[in-house]
Design a binder for this molecule. Structure first.
Ligand code: TYM
Length: 381
């Protein structure tokens, strides 16, 4: 874990001012170079805005997995969600990118819903709560537009019979001192939490285990999950599998100063279940890089580098690079005030939510079509 008081990034806590260069160094990942981006674009047949804007910025073995693909050794994609509450806009970033990768490379997706993790790690959450959020969060995933043929949603508790044989093999290879060093576990951690990293490793190997193939796996996610991949990669070859690759995004900030999104502070994040009106209220109250008075701002300009509204544009709500550059210019030059800028963002987010919520409605009765329970047939063969 970083010593730096300013920044803490673990799978269970993200706070402080993000220094992504430092995270690459601390975690020992690789930066996505322009050459690597080009290689990915060439193979995918098009660019992706989240790469172009360096929102996906870090990786492990991305170059290797693309080369394997070129050789005909196709990968599977693995990502997931811990259902401790409603999904916020930030969670959608890796999923939107995942869908693009799945489409461009025609590969299978394993999506893990870690009901066990959130039960172990969230003191006040009952199993009933977790189950409710598992279903609710699955709707958000499916609303992105995944197709059942190539998408397998794993729920740890329900599908433990398919996972346990691999989980015990992983668990035997990870010592308590490694788990403490990587995850910062303390003596007060319940033993479920200590066991849990074995479960998060499983989907990286599941396809290979079921089909008796050695299949590469790539994990799109934010960089907070990287400690899991260090452990998973460490055991992979000893279990006869490839080390999973990963491609990692930055964090969509919360709407308050300091950027933290917190489920306990509903105003700090826009949840996919917020009404458009609630979302608008949150945007209008968001922290910006503006000055104390309109007069000062017109004279001195504002600072988009620390502005949450600008970051929302960057990630999802202003895909046109020219428009983004223009608003940045106006912001720095004091030509636009924060209130006006928020008036541009709010309707975009409201429209996005309306569409997303309609898509959630449409998949309400279809969750079972995506269930990894279908894999039981393949395991028996
Ligand atoms: P969870 O539920 O905390 O997060 C789900 C996914 O969203 C990413 N993420 C974010 N991305 C952008 N901006 C943010 N503010 C932001 N906050 C979170 C996370 O990195 C993650 O990709 N233990 C995991 C569940 C899991 C998983 C996985 C995640 C199981 N297997 C494989 C990724 C890949 C968790 O609690 O994620």
């Amino acid at each position: 874990m970083p010593d730096d008081e300013e920044m803490v990034v673990t799978p269970w806590e993200v706070r402080g001012k993000m220094d992504y260069d430092r995270l690459i160094e601390l975690f020992g990942t690789q930066r996505i170079t322009p050459e690597l981006k080009e290689k990915l674009y060439k193979m995918a047949g098009e660019e992706h805005i989240m790469l172009r804007r360096d929102l996906f910025f870090s990786h492990r073995d991305l170059d290797w997995i693309l080369t394997e693909y070129e050789k005909g050794n196709k990968f599977i994609i693995y990502t997931g969600r811990g259902p401790s509450g409603h999904v916020h806009i930030g969670h959608l970033v890796p999923w939107i990118f995942t869908k693009w990768m799945q489409e461009k490379f025609g590969t299978r997706l394993y999506f893990q819903l870690t009901d066990d993790e959130k039960y172990f790690f969230t003191p006040d959450l009952s199993l009933d709560d977790v189950k409710r959020y598992t279903y609710e969060n699955a709707l958000d995933l499916l609303a992105i537009g995944f197709e059942p043929e190539n998408t397998y949603v794993i729920q740890d508790i329900e599908h433990i019979d398919m996972m346990y044989e691999l989980a015990v093999q992983v668990a035997k290879k990870v010592t308590f001192s490694t788990a403490k060093a990587v995850f910062g576990f303390e003596n007060s951690m319940n033993i479920g939490g200590i066991w849990y990293p074995a479960m998060q490793a499983v989907p990286a190997f599941l396809h290979s285990w079921i089909y008796g193939t050695k299949t590469p796996c790539i994990i799109p996610c934010a960089i907070d999950q990287d400690p899991h991949w260090r452990v998973t990669r460490d055991v992979a070859e000893r279990l006869g599998y490839y080390k999973p690759a990963s491609i990692q995004n930055k964090f969509v900030p919360g709407l308050h100063e300091g950027g933290k999104m917190s489920a306990s502070d509903p105003m700090s994040a826009i949840f996919t279940t917020d009404t458009p009106k609630q979302a608008r209220k949150k945007v209008m109250a968001a922290y910006t890089g503006g000055r104390d008075t309109a007069e000062e701002q017109r004279k001195l300009g504002a600072n988009p580098d620390i502005c949450t509204v600008f970051m929302y544009y960057d990630f999802l709500f202003m895909p046109d690079d020219k428009e983004l550059a223009e608003i940045e210019r106006k912001c720095r030059g004091g030509e636009i005030l924060c209130g006006e800028c928020k008036q541009i963002l709010a309707p975009r987010i409201m429209e996005f939510l309306e569409k997303h919520q309609a898509a959630r409605e449409e998949v309400k009765d279809r969750v079972h079509e995506f269930s990894a329970a279908r894999l039981r047939e393949d395991i028996r063969r």
